[in-house]
Design a protein around this ligand. Structure first.
Ligand SMILES: *[C@@H]1O[C@H](CO)[C@@H](O)[C@H](O)[C@H]1NC(C)=O
Ligand SMILES: *[C@@H]1O[C@H](CO)[C@@H](O)[C@H](O)[C@H]1NC(C)=O
Ligand SMILES: *[C@@H]1O[C@H](CO)[C@@H](O)[C@H](O)[C@H]1NC(C)=O
Ligand SMILES: *[C@@H]1O[C@H](CO)[C@@H](O)[C@H](O)[C@H]1NC(C)=O
Ligand SMILES: *[C@@H]1O[C@H](CO)[C@@H](O)[C@H](O)[C@H]1NC(C)=O
Ligand SMILES: *[C@@H]1O[C@H](CO)[C@@H](O)[C@H](O)[C@H]1NC(C)=O
Ligand SMILES: *[C@@H]1O[C@H](CO)[C@@H](O)[C@H](O)[C@H]1NC(C)=O
Ligand SMILES: *[C@@H]1O[C@H](CO)[C@@H](O)[C@H](O)[C@H]1NC(C)=O
Length: 512
C-alpha cells in the first residue's frame, strides 16, 4: 500500500495532486518555512487521545527530492527507501511528505521531526510533538482483604498511570480522605484504631480523560468474639424440637463449640448444629458479618435439659454465653385488672405459659408503707413479712394459663405489692415482676411510670421481655389512673420512691 503511494510520489510530478494539499496545509497549520531545527513549540504540540489519528505536515513544497521523518532522532521513514519493513504499521508517509500516525498509543508520545530536501537543494526541517492522553489506571498495594488487629500500622500505596497526570485521592468507607494530590503515586499510613475502621479503602484517579479509575482494598479490623443470645432461656417440653441460638461476631471468624453441663456436645441425627450468616445492617459496623449458630435438638428428652454454653474463639480471645433449656413454666405476667375492686380485696389476673401441665402457683404479697409515713419511719416500718399463698392451678387446654385470684382481708386505702411463681413437673418458674396495687379509698401514690422498668427481670433480657416491661408499666398506670385519686405530693414521693427502689432491690435479691 504505502509502497504504491511512495512510488507514485516519485513518478508523478504531481502539480495537480499537490495543489490541493498545499492550500490545505497553509490554511490549517499555519506553518512557516524554517531552515533550522526549532525547539519544541506549544503550537506544534498535539494533544491527542488514544486511538486517534494525526497528520504531521512537513512542508508546503509541491515537489521535493526526498523527505525523512524521525522520532527522537531515530529514523522512522525515508521516502527514498522503498523497503518499509522498518516502519511501524500504524505510521504512513503520504506522497506530499506528511506523516500520518493512526491508532495512537501512549508509546507514540514523543518529538517528531522531518527533514525535507527541496528541488533547489534547500533543506527544510520541522518539529512536532505528540502527547497521547489516556484515562488513568490505578494499582493499589496491598490489595484484597487485609485483616489487622487494633494497634497495627500499615501503609497503602496507590500507583496511577495516565496522561495528563491524574489527581489521586483516597476514599475510605465511602468518605473522602483529605490528602489528594496530582501525580502518579499516593501513599497513606494507617494506624488501626477501632473496629469502625473496617471497610473498603479505595484509591481514585481522575485526569478528566475518560472515566475515573478506582481500585481498592478491604480493611477488616480484627477483634475477639462477641456473643449475643436470642434467648437466655429456652422453654421446651419432652418430645419437642428446641433451637438454641448464639449470634457471633468475630474477625477472624470464630470457631464455635457447644457444651452441655460443661461437656462438649456430640452430634447425631437428633442433635445437630448449623450456622447462618445474618444480613448485615446499616450501622457503621455493617461490614462485620454476624453468624447465627444454632444447636437444634429434636425430640427433646429429660436428659437434654439444663445449661448449654456456646463458646466462640479466635486468635484474639474467646467468649461464651449460657442458655438454659428448661421445661419449667415461663415467668408469670400480671394482666390489666378487669374487675371492680373493693376496699378490702383485690382481684389479680396473671398469665403464664407452660408446655407441660401446671401444678400450682405460689403468690407472695405484702403491704408497703402508704403516703402517710415519713422517710424516717420508712426504714423501720418497711420490713413487712411476705404472706405466701399456694394456689392450685386449673386445667388449661393450651400452654397459656390465665389465672384469676382474689386477695381478701386487705387493709383499705393501702398499697400492696405482689409477686407470683408457677410450678410444673420441671420446677418453679422465675419470679414474675413485682407489681403494686392499691385497695379502694383515698391513697396517695407515687409516679410509677418508670418503676416497672426497674423490675424488668434482668435474667430475661430478651426482646419479648423488654416488650413485656413496657406492657407492665402501662398496666400499672391504667390501674392507678382509674382507681385512685393521684394528688401531686410528688416531692415527698420522689424521696419515698427512691427509698423504695433501694429496698426493693435488696428484697428482690433476698427473695430470689
Ligand atoms: C497530504 O496528503 C494526505 C493524503 O492524501 C492529505 O490528507 C493531506 O491533506 C495532504 N496535505 C498535507 C499538508 O498533509
Ligand atoms: C483503542 O482501541 C482498542 C482496540 O480497538 C480498544 O481496546 C481501546 O479500548 C481503545 N481505547 C480507547 C481509549 O478508546
Ligand atoms: C528490507 O529491510 C530488511 C531489514 O533491513 C531486510 O531484511 C529486507 O531484506 C529488506 N527488503 C527489501 C525488499 O529490500
Ligand atoms: C528554493 O525555493 C524556495 C521556494 O520553493 C525559495 O523560497 C528559496 O529561496 C529557494 N532557494 C534557493 C537557494 O534557490
Ligand atoms: C474529574 O476532574 C475534573 C477536573 O477537576 C472534574 O471536572 C470532574 O468532575 C472530575 N470527575 C469526577 C467523576 O469526579
Ligand atoms: C438488623 O436490624 C433489625 C431491625 O432493625 C434487627 O431485627 C436485626 O436483628 C438486625 N440484624 C443484625 C444482624 O443485627
Ligand atoms: C411522672 O411521670 C411522667 C410521665 O408519666 C413523667 O413525665 C414525670 O417526669 C414523672 N415525674 C416524676 C417525679 O417522676
Ligand atoms: C376502679 O375501682 C372503682 C371502685 O373502687 C371501680 O368502680 C372501677 O370500675 C375500677 N376501675 C377499674 C379499671 O378497675
Amino acid at each position: 500500500m504505502t509502497h504504491a503511494i511512495l512510488t507514485a510520489c516519485h513518478i508523478i510530478s504531481a502539480a495537480v495532486f499537490f495543489a490541493v494539499a498545499s492550500s490545505d496545509l497553509t490554511s490549517s497549520d499555519n506553518i512557516v518555512q524554517i531552515s533550522e531545527l526549532r525547539l519544541r513549540d506549544e503550537e506544534l504540540t498535539r494533544r491527542v487521545l488514544e486511538n486517534d489519528t494525526v497528520l504531521l505536515p512537513c512542508d508546503n513544497h509541491f515537489t521535493f527530492q526526498y523527505v525523512r521523518w524521525f522520532k527522537e532522532d531515530q529514523l522512522l521513514v525515508d521516502s527514498r527507501d522503498s523497503n518499509e519493513t522498518l516502519t511501524p504499521d500504524h505510521i504512513r508517509l503520504w506522497s506530499n511528505g506528511s506523516l500520518q500516525i493512526s491508532q495512537l498509543q501512549p508509546s507514540d508520545t514523543g518529538d517528531y521531526s522531518c527533514a525535507l530536501k527541496t528541488d533547489n537543494d534547500t533543506e527544510v526541517k520541522k518539529m512536532h510533538a505528540i502527547i497521547v492522553q489516556y484515562a488513568p489506571t490505578v494499582k493499589i498495594e496491598p490489595e484484597g482483604v487485609i485483616e489487622l488487629p487494633i494497634g497495627a500500622v500499615f501503609q497503602v500505596i496507590c500507583e496511577a498511570r495516565g496522561v495528563p497526570q491524574p489527581k489521586l485521592y483516597w476514599r475510605w468507607n465511602g468518605k473522602l480522605v483529605d490528602n489528594e494530590m496530582i501525580g502518579n503515586r499516593l501513599s497513606m499510613q494507617i494506624e488501626v484504631g477501632s473496629r469502625a475502621q473496617t471497610g473498603p479503602i479505595d484509591c481514585v484517579a481522575n485526569n478528566s480523560i475518560g472515566d475515573l479509575a478506582v481500585t481498592g482494598m478491604f480493611l477488616k479490623v480484627q477483634f475477639p468474639p462477641e456473643v449475643r443470645l436470642v434467648q437466655h432461656i429456652v422453654y421446651t417440653k419432652v418430645g419437642l424440637r428446641s433451637d438454641l441460638e448464639c449470634l457471633i461476631e468475630a474477625v477472624p471468624r470464630a470457631v464455635v463449640n457447644w457444651f452441655h453441663h460443661g461437656v462438649p456436645m456430640t452430634y447425631d441425627s437428633r442433635i445437630s448444629r448449623y450456622e447462618t450468616e445474618l444480613q448485615p445492617n446499616g450501622s457503621n459496623l455493617q461490614f462485620n458479618t454476624v453468624i447465627k449458630h444454632t444447636l437444634a435438638i429434636r425430640n427433646v428428652r429429660d436428659s437434654d435439659l439444663g445449661l448449654y454454653e456456646c463458646r466462640a474463639e479466635n486468635k484474639l480471645g474467646f467468649k461464651s454465653a449460657a442458655i438454659d433449656l428448661t421445661g419449667r413454666p415461663m415467668p408469670c405476667v400480671f394482666k390489666i385488672n378487669p374487675g371492680v375492686q373493693s376496699s378490702t380485696s383485690h382481684v389479680l389476673v396473671w398469665q403464664t405459659e407452660s408446655l407441660s401441665a401446671l401444678m400450682e402457683f405460689k403468690l407472695k404479697f405484702r403491704q408497703i408503707p402508704s403516703a402517710s409515713i415519713t422517710p424516717q419511719t420508712l426504714d423501720v416500718d418497711y420490713k413487712t413479712e411476705w404472706t405466701i399463698l399456694t394456689i392450685p392451678s386449673e386445667l388449661s387446654a393450651g400452654p397459656i394459663h390465665i389465672t384469676t385470684y382474689t386477695l381478701h382481708g386487705l387493709q383499705p386505702a393501702s398499697v400492696y405489692e405482689v409477686v407470683v411463681f408457677a410450678r410444673n413437673h420441671f420446677g418453679w418458674s422465675e419470679s414474675s415482676k413485682i407489681v403494686r396495687f392499691a385497695t379502694g379509698g383515698e391513697v396517695e401514690l407515687p409516679n410509677y411510670s418508670t418503676e416497672a422498668e426497674l423490675y424488668s427481670n434482668e435474667d430475661f433480657s430478651s426482646v419479648e421481655n423488654e416488650e413485656q416491661a413496657k406492657e407492665d408499666s402501662v398496666h400499672l398506670n391504667e390501674v392507678y389512673d382509674s382507681n385512685t385519686s393521684i394528688s401531686a405530693t410528688s416531692s415527698l414521693w420522689s424521696f419515698a420512691y427512691l427509698t423504695f427502689l433501694t429496698l426493693f432491690a435488696i428484697l428482690k435479691y433476698n427473695l430470689l
